[in-house]
Design a protein around this ligand. Structure first.
Ligand SMILES: Nc1ncnc2c1ncn2[C@@H]1O[C@H](COP(=O)(O)OP(=O)(O)OP(=O)(O)O)[C@@H](O)[C@H]1O
Length: 246
């Protein structure tokens, strides 16, 4: 995670300070993430993980620093330009259209590319089985798969996911994780995973950063933190270390 930001094929943040209006939440955050790489963002409640993803998407007020994507400065680009450049966010609230069917939710997000309806259905067979059900008739796990499937239909090269496992039963967590692992193996999309359940995130992502009060307090290989449980507990709290069902 150390290539020069200006030439990196991927995402690069340099000294980013951002928040909501005058309130600073993210302070002096810098990291690079190359095309196809995976990164976990860890930290206790309220340290700014969601705000960091929102900042990458252009949904917050940026006070300082530069965000580059595939070498281009996107710091001042509006949200839709970041989306069309290939960055997608699966928000914590999932934000699927509840009055549309599963299939309609997927089709409205479609952009030409390697991902299309048959491939998303192959990837999440439970969505195929529910294709004619409306968004409000889905379980939490199905909604999460739909939110992910919808992001894939946009054919992003960079996928940001905000707590996709939140509120899901352990067996569903396993299904979502299996999907993410398969994505990692079969697609060269870069992925950032924000997750309360630190061990799950570390087992999925090759590298990680931990935030505390909006600043990066740890950066390194996920394996190193998995092998240092006391350090991990310091960074994320005891609740963050014990993952539901794992
Ligand atoms: N829309 C907003 N307007 C003002 N302040 C906000 C807004 N959203 C979040 N905050 C504040 O920003 C800080 C960081 O919140 P954020 O949601 O980014 O943290 P988080 O690490 O994702 O927390 P959690 O794990 O609970 O989701 C908190 O103090 C929060 O109250």
């Amino acid at each position: 995670m150390s290539e020069a930001g200006g030439t990196l094929q991927g995402l690069s943040l340099q000294g980013v300070k951002a928040g909501y209006g005058e309130t600073i939440v993210i302070d002096d955050v810098s990291f690079d993430l190359a095309k196809g790489a995976t990164l976990a963002i860890l930290g206790r409640n309220g340290v700014g993980k969601t705000t960091l993803l929102a900042t990458i998407m252009g949904l917050t007020t940026r006070h300082a620093g530069v965000i580059r994507f595939n070498g281009a400065d996107i710091s001042n680009e509006p949200v839709y330009r970041r989306c069309t450049a290939g960055i997608a966010l699966v928000p914590q609230e999932r934000e699927i259209f509840k009055s549309l069917t599963v299939e309609e939710n997927l089709i409205v997000a479609e952009r030409a590319g390697r991902w299309n309806l048959p491939r998303v259905y192959d990837f999440f067979p439970s969505l195929a089985a529910r294709r004619r059900n409306r968004g409000d008739q889905l379980s939490g796990g199905e909604q999460q798969m739909l939110a992910l499937g919808r992001a894939l239909m946009g054919n992003p090269s960079f996928l940001l996911m905000d707590e996709p496992m939140e509120g899901l039963a352990p067996v569903i967590v396993d299904a979502v994780l299996a999907g993410l692992d398969r994505l990692k193996r079969e697609d060269d999309m870069a992925m950032i995973l924000v997750e309360q359940h630190a061990r799950l995130a570390l087992e999925f992502a090759d590298n990680c950063i931990a935030l505390d009060r909006g600043r990066i307090v740890y950066t390194g290989a996920s394996r190193s933190l998995l092998d240092a449980p006391e350090r991990l507990a310091e960074l994320v709290g005891v609740a963050g270390v014990s993952a539901v069902g794992h």
